[in-house]
Each structure stands twice: as structure tokens, then as C-alpha cells.
Write a protein that binds this ligand. Structure first.
Ligand SMILES: [Zn+2]
Length: 476
């Protein structure tokens, strides 16, 4: 029997506003436990929340960048539930009138071509705190620093049908959020996390199967494995005549399996009601227009422009435009060296290799954005060899050295004094009489050895062509 998988995503992203959604506490990640808290975000009685205007603006920006309609009259609601890290015993969220609705993000479809993943809604809400399990003391501690950090929940329709489509959607979404500057999207710090709703059905069936939800998976690799694992589990159940139960499951990435956490709640279980402490939010046409006009060029548009104006390949532009950090480096490098093609080649080649080898994300690159451009300029002006250029870039990447200074201090410039180069090569010839003899007796290949020895003696600071030319002059 052939099955198809149906996936929808709820993505939570922490906004990078300076302060929390309803108080003036900092949103900074980490900090000593319970130091980023006040009477509002720790839920003291008698306090009143005041909505942070930046949160509304960030939400509108996100909605416009994902083709949503902005709900010009929207409201907050109370979602009631008790959890030890939620001191008020309710979460302020939006249920009835979320701020953004009916958008889409275009992704690459598994069977080729493009497809739209529809966005049902985007709503604003507050994050909860964090429980810290202390095995040593055998107790659980609670840290309220994260309470009240603003979140956007981006809810898609069940429009994805493979793990690859989900990853592509998340990558596109992450790129958009970073471009418009609303979130750093650091998955390892929980700034971007996804709940996966998944069901399977027989191919061609009209009705959806029963879905399960896997919560808060926070790496692309884990999401991919969770989807594959859960798809298999559901198909196995159906094949053996059993039923899929609607429930929330936790994906254990280290074991590679999921287990049931609780039966899935519906909205009615939370006894939502309109938040009485916060007046409705009204957004004017002018405000929307103003935010729309200030949006930066978005990934897809940038990609098209790179391809058309700079004649760069689709694959390269796709990789570069997927990260605002690579975009910034690319644009600065191209500006300095005056050659977008060179800039793209160095990023796609040397930089990608170093990022991979050191397991570094583009957002964690630490070096000066001008450095790569300077290296390319030195190379193009024949001041350094290609080999040296690569070595200098490695130093820039690992230690953020200033490339021009580093080249000078370490004598890495190409030798331009032909007399000096000739002197060194003559010495190599004198030191290797056997190879010279072989070459003279007709063994053409022997010259390769002499070229190698000369390059070595010159520490790679003379162009190989030049060295070969001089060697022929001496020997022929
Ligand atoms: Zn506070």
C-alpha cells in the first residue's frame, strides 16, 4: 500500500526586541537565573501589562514578508493552563483575532518545481520560563528569565509532504526572519523551534489521517529524523490494522524514537477568553504602508537579482541568499574586490569548506567583513599567490587577522625581483645535478621535480609560470 505524509508546522520564534512583550525587562539570552524579571513578568498580583510597540511592529513586518493579510483590529486572549514555569497560570496569546492571516512562503517541492506553503496565521504571545532539573540535588528549579520574552507563532496549513519540504520551508522562513531583523533564529538557544503536526493517509485519499504533534524540536537534523521516524511509526500502525491516536509525542533524538506525552488538547481545553487587561490593537493603513516600504529586499528577490545582474549560478545564489550573514559578507566582498563572481567563488569554495570542517554556522563567523575582499584584491593584483591567499583566509577565519598586515609581517608577498628569483633557482639547479642530467638526457619529466624544489625554496612566493620559464632559460 502506498501512503502519503501530510505535515503542518507551528514555528515559534523569539523576537529580538530589546525588552519583553509586557514589561521593560531585557530579553537577553542567559543571565543568572531570575535576574531578568520584575513584578509583571513574574506574575505578581495587581500588576498590569503594557504592550511593547516593537513587538507589534515586528509582527507586522513578519506578516508582510510572508504575504499575510494584517488584521487591523486584533486582540490578545488568555490561554489558561498551569505549568510551573508559567507563574500567572495563563499565557497571553492570540486566538480569535491573530495579527496576521492567510499568507504563504514559496518552497521547492519534492517532486520538482515550486509550491506554496500557506500560512494560516501568525500570532503574538509571551514565552514561558524554564525548568532546570538538578540531578545532583534531586530537585527542579525554575528560572523566570524567559517569561514574557515575545514570541511569534507562525502556523502553516498542512501543505508539506516530506521531510525535505519541511526543511526547505524552515530554511526559507529562517532566512526571511533574519533578513527583516525580527529574530536571530538561533536554534541552539531556542529562538526558533518547531512543532510538527504529522499524519499519513493512503495515496489519493481525500480525508486526512489522525495526526500527532511532536513539540519543540530545535535542530533541522532532529526535525528530519523525527519526521521520518514518525511517518514510519504511523504507517506500521495502519498496516497492522491499528489506529493512530491523536496525541502529543516527544521526539527523543538520541534514541531515534518518539513516545507519547499526553493526549492532544483542543483550544476549548484551555478555556480561552479575551485578555481583559490589554485593550484591542488597532493598526492604521498608514502604519502598514510605512512598514511595507521599509522592508529590505527579501531572499527570493535577492536571489533573482544576483542571477540576472551578476550572472551567478542558481545553486550558489540559493546557498548565499539563504543566510543574511553570507549575503552581508558576499556584498561587502564584491564591493571591495569589484568582482561578484570572485566573491561568490571564494564563499562557495573556501568559506563553505571551513564552515563545514569547523561545524560553524554563518551567524557565528567572527572575522572582519572586509578581509575576504582584501585578500582577493591582493591575489588579483598578483601580490600574493593563490596558495598564500587560501592560507591567509584560513588565518582570517580562525583568528581574524588583518590580511594586508599579516602578509607583510610574514613576508608572504610574491617576489617581484626576477634577479633574486633567478638566484634561488640557480642554487636549486646546482644542488640537484642528477635531475639536471636526467632532464638533459631527454627525460622531460625531470623538470617537474626541479620546479617543485624551486617553488619550495621560494616558499611559493613566485608564480609557477615564472619559475618554469626561468628554469628553461637556465637548462635549455
Ligand atoms: Zn519583567
Amino acid at each position: 500500500m502506498d501512503y502519503e505524509v501530510v505535515i503542518g508546522l507551528e514555528v515559534h520564534t523569539e523576537l529580538s526586541t530589546k525588552t519583553k512583550i509586557f514589561c521593560g525587562c531585557t530579553t537577553e539570552f542567559g543571565g543568572e537565573p531570575n535576574t531578568h524579571v520584575c513584578e509583571i513578568c513574574s506574575g505578581m498580583p495587581g500588576t498590569l501589562p503594557v504592550v511593547n510597540k516593537s513587538v507589534i511592529e515586528y509582527a507586522i513586518r513578519t506578516g508582510l514578508a510572508t504575504n499575510c493579510k494584517i488584521t487591523q483590529y486584533n486582540k490578545f486572549d488568555r490561554k489558561n493552563y498551569f505549568y510551573p514555569d508559567l507563574p500567572k497560570a495563563y499565557q497571553v496569546s492570540q486566538l480569535y483575532l491573530p495579527i496576521c492571516q492567510n499568507g504563504f512562503v514559496e518552497i521547492n517541492a519534492s517532486e520538482g518545481g515550486k509550491k506554496k506553503v500557506r500560512i494560516h496565521e501568525i500570532h503574538m504571545e509571551e514565552d514561558a520560563g524554564k525548568l532546570v532539573h538538578d540531578d545532583f540535588e534531586d530537585c527542579t528549579l525554575v528560572d523566570y528569565n524567559r517569561c514574557g520574552v515575545p514570541l511569534l507563532e507562525i502556523v502553516s496549513e498542512p501543505d508539506m509532504s516530506s521531510a525535505d519540504e519541511v526543511i526547505d520551508y524552515l530554511e526559507k522562513l529562517k532566512a526571511i526572519l533574519q533578513y527583516i531583523g525580527v529574530s536571530d533564529c538561533k536554534m541552539q538557544e531556542g529562538s526558533l523551534r518547531a512543532d510538527v503536526n504529522l499524519s499519513v493517509r493512503k495515496k489519493g485519499a481525500n480525508e486526512y489521517g489522525t495526526r500527532t504533534e511532536m513539540k519543540n524540536i530545535n535542530s533541522f537534523k532532529a526535525i528530519k529524523r523525527a519526521i521520518e521516524g514518525e511517518t514510519e511509526r504511523q504507517i506500521d500502525l495502519l498496516e497492522s490494522g491499528e489506529k493512530v491516536v491523536q496525541e502529543t509525542r516527544r521526539w527523543d533524538d538520541s534514541k531515534g524514537e518518539s513516545y507519547a506525552m499526553r493526549s492532544k488538547e483542543d483550544a476549548q481545553d484551555y478555556k480561552y477568553f479575551p485578555e481583559p487587561d490589554i485593550p484591542p490593537i488597532e493598526i492604521s493603513d498608514e502604519k502598514i504602508e510605512q512598514i511595507k516600504n521599509a522592508l529590505p529586499e527579501l531572499p527570493e528577490k535577492k536571489k533573482q537579482r544576483y542571477m540576472e545582474e551578476m550572472n551567478l549560478p542558481e545553486y550558489d545564489t540559493g546557498i548565499i541568499t539563504n543566510s543574511i550573514h553570507l549575503v552581508r559578507l558576499f556584498e561587502r566582498t564584491a564591493e571591495i574586490c569589484g568582482n561578484p563572481k570572485d566573491a561568490a567563488n571564494w564563499i562557495m569554495g573556501e568559506l563553505m569548506k571551513m564552515l563545514n570542517d569547523t561545524q560553524t554556522l554563518p551567524e557565528d563567523m567572527k572575522f572582519n567583513q572586509d578581509s575576504l575582499g582584501k585578500i582577493i584584491v591582493m591575489l588579483n593584483e598578483n601580490k600574493i599567490s593563490r596558495n598564500t591567499a587560501k592560507k591567509v583566509f584560513e588565518k582570517v577565519f580562525s583568528e581574524d587577522v588583518e590580511p594586508e598586515k599579516y602578509v607583510k609581517e610574514n613576508n608572504l608577498e610574491v617576489m617581484t625581483d626576477t634577479g633574486a628569483i633567478k638566484g634561488i633557482i640557480e642554487k636549486v639547479v646546482a644542488d640537484n645535478p642528477k635531475s639536471v642530467e636526467e632532464y638533459k638526457s631527454g627525460k622531460e619529466k625531470a623538470i617537474q621535480f626541479l620546479i617543485g624544489q624551486s617553488m619550495r625554496a621560494l616558499k611559493g612566493q613566485a608564480p609557477a609560470q615564472e619559475v618554469t620559464k626561468i628554469l628553461h632559460e637556465i637548462l635549455d
